[in-house]
Design a protein. Structure first.
Lengths: 323, 292, 568
């Protein structure tokens, strides 16, 4: 167990290093940021001076090591566009994305898992068929299109909810959150719904597939033969047995939702890191892109690690050998 | 009793699901319509000479200056939306299928090679694949298409890079399972040459789960392409896919000109839902744990 | 109490609605069971014996359902009872034990939790009280250290212990009837003997009635007072066990008994096995193989070992190198075993699961390379050495246990048989069709079957195909890895007869691996008994069986259930 943890940490460090090199080389091959930094009408001197100031005249590997050295000191450089430290910029945008993602993933799990278990338990009932039809739809319809429809329906036609922005925020632990104010909550609802749609379908399908398989096993038959009520079988046997794949997907989906927020944030002008990355790709704001990708890689590795640890908690077969 | 090939057996089981058969018909029809688009579309949307600016953004049913009825309306450039959708479908399908085929070939080769080779080489290949799978496909595609710029080939490269790993992992899992089965051991202990064991024994038996992944991934590729085009890093407006059509219409949505975005969106959804329904039925059929 | 039977089954009919139409899995079954009585329900696969058990307890899953008939338990009609009332009876009045304890227990709950769920199904109890009951229940089924076992997970227990846990759960509420569906089939013969003995004591002690469902006449004979023989959904014969097994009235019961190798003289064709008039196998191609090394014994495995170890990951490997970490204990599946088989002999390799007999067989067959030691046929190695060993000879071929797994489902059987001989030039392309047809005829199949796929065949037919595939490679030595273990007795008899005939006609040398001592006795000249990776006893079959020397061999032979013999 301990060697396992150490191994994973070393592995994570190696992965981060490889990622940083890949991201750096990849991002720095895009376009020429100097055109972003200065206007076209400045003198050649200022141009050269700016290039030198940002170290853009150095060979790529030297730029990389300078970058790496700075990162190790917590310095991701300054945004070309915003002119502020990238770390500060990303951290200021992160809470918006976090609350959006959490709302979406938790909502999806709380609705999707029970719906999926029901659909797997009674695969032939009309309600199950409806659930599955909806889940196919949710699974298939691109997120951005649902976003458009949501805006058109609830913001434009019905005018119930706002179409964009975060609304009012309140401060908690020194960070601004939307979900703490009624107005902010109303702003959060549509984007969270939008982002949750795909996850909801995924969780439902996964819970259903797992339940269907488990229901056919001898474990369930044996429990029935012992006279255990169906509700207990579902809660104690089935839920435990399907929890392992569910946790995996929950973890991975949480991470990928952070990334997918790109789409939702663009549509709803939600000022999170997804909106930031799209803007910086369009404006070739290299330091932001690099830092963002490193952050996503880091979050992914952390979540994978946590999922791994959860396995040990959920599956006794991994914990200890035969006594 | 006649000889019943595994494919015939599969088909007779598939036929039992009316929904899946209907979905398959829809997929085939849409592919047919896309292939025949130049013959059946009322207008060639790429031909700029056809476009009349005064016809732009007209609602469905509008009779254009050429006396032709635009049943689904026109878009911002004055293109007949029905024609644009047919051509867009063609491009979307093309992207999805070509990217899917490349991702399939690359991924399956890697996955089966890893399973067959075993040892350190297997560990290395699968490590890389797992790493990549841990990274969200959309982000990967986003960065790569930003890197390579706009264009069909670039977009396909981005889609393949985002998707081959799913094929590799599925192929590896299936091939590892098949590799341990008695019939493969029987073939190896005959002994038969490795090439023959892989091609005639392992690969054909890995196909069912791979076909399931292929349907899902083609559907995903189409959706991903649409998303990228929507975000502005996909295909150029001159040759719009369904995704770029939706993106183009987005700005007019708030002013009530819903049709520019909605109709291409419906076409896209119909296609993806149909592909996923077919994939769903195949998945149930090839899942050994649902067999009683 | 009155003499009224505990269980009265009348005209029970259970149907399954399948694509092919309605299947009557149970077709008008009637029988009675008195309190405390043990009844055996025997039959081959598809006879409806398990479905009968599930019908009684009301656990038929769709698309099946009890179509008609009546099941009266303690005077109460169970057919048509509302689901909830039926549930309240299950586990309390009637309970069930299944075949494979690995599949029935929930792998992610402790034994204690699973027992507690079964207790709470019928009465509420404090956690401490439930735990006490669980421990008492485990002690009752003779589980050592029940206070510790109650906190274990199923994977921490052996197969026999898991099945004891399942029995403990079935006994929790002192039911009047327990239905056991092949409860010892997945277990080794020595564990089976223990469970049988314990079960007998328990039901006698508790006065529980028992329905023991099995395909194995001998196990049923050793526990049941009454037996019913099922075939195609009907009971063909029923009565006191001794009568039915010694003076069978129905032709089917007689056929079942005749098919057992334990009732025949070793080396003779089994009655009812049929199949002597099969066509002769095609002629061998003249040997073009490398000349054998003069004077070498025929087949030799010299001090072979096989160690299975998981490859340590990078960090762990480093730790082991530096001496900071202990390498995990490796599993020695086969431990320095030497074996010599003379030409033309049939050697039986017997042992329980985990004894290493299959691993040894696979090394002999050139499927696994030994970790150390050599395997040679006429002085020539079976496998090459080096990091990626390859099999060098075609003269050793293998027949596998499970004919459902050993044939490629996506290949016509004719192509499967022809592909090896084609790859090694034993036959050319133009002649391969005829060659395949000749082989199919030789194993008793219609030559026209060559075009078909494996899913179109029954288990026995598939095993014939697998035999044809192995023999079409014209081997000298054939490794048979439990080739009849997954077949019904009547099919088993056919395959044994086929193997005996082909062995004589082709002058084959056999290594026959089996857990079934009676099959080995019947087929083999010599036996080697394996236990924990070593051969503990070896000798002519008759001597080893009649006069076992090693303690383990004696225990093994004593554990085999025996059929009652008719007083002649």
């Amino acid at each position: 167990m301990l060697t396992h943890v150490i191994e994973r940490i070393l592995q994570a460090l190696a992965v981060m290093l490889v990622m940083s090199a890949l991201v750096f080389v990849g991002v720095y091959a895009i376009g020429n940021p100097i055109d972003v930094l200065i206007g076209p009408d400045v003198s050649q001197d200022i141009r050269l001076d700016t290039i030198a100031r940002y170290g853009l005249d150095k060979p790529l590997w030297e730029q990389y090591f300078t970058f790496l050295d700075r990162v190790l000191h917590g310095d991701f450089g300054r945004s070309f566009v915003f002119g502020m430290p990238v770390l500060e910029l990303i951290l200021s945008r992160l809470p918006a994305t976090l609350e959006l993602t959490l709302a979406a993933v938790l909502g999806a799990a709380l609705v999707g898992i029970p719906a999926g278990i029901y659909a797997g338990y009674r695969p032939d009932s009309p309600l199950s068929k409806l659930i599955m039809a909806l889940s196919i739809l949710g699974f298939s319809v691109p997120t951005f299109w649902i976003g458009l429809v949501l805006i058109m329906t609830f913001a434009v036609e019905l005018q119930w909810l706002p179409a964009g922005g975060r609304g009012e925020t309140a401060r908690l632990f020194g960070v601004e959150w939307s979900f703490l104010t009624p107005n902010g909550l109303s702003h959060l609802l549509l984007p969270a719904l939008n982002l949750a749609f795909f996850k909801l379908a995924l969780m439902t399908r996964l819970a259903r597939a797992g339940t269907r398989e488990v229901m056919l096993t001898d474990t369930v038959k044996f429990a029935r033969a012992a006279g255990i009520p169906e509700s207990v079988i579902l809660r104690r046997h089935v839920l435990r047995l399907i929890s392992i794949p569910l946790v995996t997907v929950f973890g991975l989906e949480f991470a990928s939702t952070l990334a997918f927020a790109v789409v939702t944030e663009t549509i709803f002008s939600w000022p999170g890191i997804g909106k930031l990355i799209i803007d910086s790709i369009q404006s070739l704001d290299r330091p932001v892109m690099v830092a963002y990708l490193m952050l996503v890689a880091f979050v992914f590795i952390m979540i994978n690690f946590l999922v791994d640890l959860t396995y040990f908690a959920l599956d006794p077969r991994l914990r200890k050998g035969r006594a | 009793m006649r000889t019943e090939t595994p494919i015939a057996r599969f088909w007779s089981e598939f036929r039992e699901s009316r929904i899946a058969v209907a979905a398959l018909v829809v997929v085939v029809l849409m592919i047919g319509v896309a292939v025949l688009a130049p013959l059946i579309a009322p207008q060639n949307p790429y031909d700029l000479a056809n476009l009349v600016l005064s016809d732009a953004r007209r609602p469905p049913g509008y009779v254009g200056s050429s006396g032709y009825t635009h049943w689904l309306g026109t878009d911002a450039q004055g293109r007949d939306l029905l024609s644009a959708i047919l051509y867009g479908l063609r491009i979307s399908l093309q992207m999805g299928l070509v990217a899917g085929a490349f991702a399939f070939a690359i991924g399956v080769t890697l996955g089966i090679a890893a399973a067959y080779l075993g040892g350190r080489r297997e560990a290395f290949i699968m490590r890389v694949i797992d790493l990549q799978l841990a990274f969200p496909a959309i982000l990967l595609a986003l960065v790569i298409s930003a890197l390579l710029g706009q264009g069909k080939a670039q977009l396909i490269a981005a889609l393949v890079a985002a998707q081959y790993a799913y094929f590799a992992r599925t192929a590896h899992g299936a091939a590892s399972a098949e590799r341990g089965k008695d019939y493969v051991e029987a073939a190896l202990s005959t002994p038969l040459p490795a090439r023959q064991v892989i091609w005639r024994h392992i690969l054909p038996n890995c196909l069912p789960p791979l076909i399931v992944v292929a349907t899902v991934q083609v559907a995903n590729a189409i959706a991903l392409e649409a998303t990228l085009s929507f975000l502005g890093v996909g295909l150029p407006v001159t040759e719009p896919s369904l995704g770029s059509l939706i993106a183009n219409g987005f700005q007019y949505m708030l002013s009530g000109r819903y049709w520019i975005s909605i109709y291409p969106g419906l076409a896209l959804i119909l296609l993806i839902v149909a592909i996923n329904l077919v994939g769903d039925q195949i998945r149930d059929q090839v899942n050994p744990r649902l067999k009683r | 109490m009155t003499d009224a039977p505990l269980l009265e089954v009348r005209d029970l009919t259970t149907q399954f609605f399948t694509r092919a139409g309605v299947v009557r899995a149970v077709d008008g079954v009637s029988f009675c069971l008195r309190r405390g009585e043990v009844m055996g329900l025997v039959g081959e696969s598809g006879s409806g014996k398990s479905v009968t058990g599930f019908s009684i307890i009301g656990l038929i899953d769709p698309p099946g359902r009890v179509a008609s008939g009546s099941v009266k338990l303690d005077g109460r009609e169970l057919v048509g009872l509302p689901a909830d009332e039926l549930r309240s009876l299950r586990g309390r009045v009637v309970s069930m034990v299944f075949q494979d304890p690995l599949m029935t227990l929930n792998p992610v709950l402790t034994i204690g939790e699973q027992i507690r769920l079964a207790i709470e199904a019928h009465r509420s109890m404090s956690a401490a009280e439930a735990r006490r009951r669980a421990i008492a229940g485990l002690a009752q089924v003779r589980i050592p250290r029940p206070e510790a076992t109650v906190d274990f997970y199923p994977h921490q227990l052996s197969g026999g212990m898991r099945q004891r846990v399942a029995i403990a759960i079935a006994l929790l509420h002192r039911p009047k009837l327990i239905i056991c569906d092949e409860p010892t089939t997945a277990l080794d013969v020595s564990i089976q003997a223990e469970i049988l003995a314990e079960m007998k004591e328990l039901v006698a002690e508790l006065g529980t009635a028992l329905i023991w469902i099995s395909h194995d006449l001998a196990t049923v004979a050793s526990i049941a007072q009454h037996v019913a023989v099922m075939r195609l959904g009907k009971i063909v014969e029923a009565g006191p066990t001794l009568d039915v097994l010694t003076r069978p009235q129905h032709a089917y019961t007689r056929a079942l008994l005749d098919a057992l190798p334990s009732r025949a003289r070793p080396g003779e064709f089994l009655l009812r096995g049929g199949g002597v008039p099969d066509a002769a196998p095609p002629a061998r191609k003249p040997a073009a193989a490398a000349a054998p090394v003069q004077g070498a014994p025929y087949f030799v495995a010299d001090r072979v070992s096989k160690r299975f170890e998981s490859r340590p990951r990078a960090l762990r490997a480093l730790g082991q190198k530096l001496g900071m970490l202990q390498p995990p204990p490796a599993v020695m599946a086969v431990d320095e075993v030497s074996l010599t088989v003379p030409r033309g002999e049939a050697l039986g390799l017997v042992g329980e699961s985990g004894s290493g007999k299959s691993t040894l067989g696979r090394m002999a067959a050139g499927i696994y390379a030994p970790t150390s030691g050599t395997v040679r046929l006429e002085g020539l190695p079976v496998m090459s050495e080096g990091a990626e060993p390859k099999k060098l000879t075609t003269r050793v071929q293998t027949i596998f246990q499970d004919p459902f797994a050993s044939l490629n489902p996506r290949m016509r059987i004719g192509d499967g048989i022809a592909e090896g001989p084609l790859a090694h030039g034993l036959v050319d392309k133009s002649a391969s069709g005829a060659y395949v047809r000749d082989w199919l005829a030789a194993v008793g199949l219609d030559p026209a079957f060559a075009e078909r796929y494996p899913h179109q065949f029954s288990g026995g037919q598939r095993q014939r195909v697998a035999i044809a595939r192995a023999l079409a490679m014209q081997p000298d030595l054939v490794i048979c890895d439990e080739p009849v273990a997954s077949l019904d007795v009547s099919i088993q008899a056919q395959i044994i007869n086929l193997l005996m005939r082909l062995r004589a006609e082709l002058g084959l040398t056999l290594i026959f691996i089996s857990h079934d001592l009676s099959v080995v006795r019947h087929l083999c000249d010599r036996v080697a008994v394996m236990y924990r990776g070593r051969i503990v006893e070896e000798g002519p079959a008759g001597e080893v069986y009649d006069n076992p020397q090693h303690d383990y061999t004696r225990r093994l032979l004593a554990a085999v259930p025996v059929l009652p013999e008719a007083a002649a």
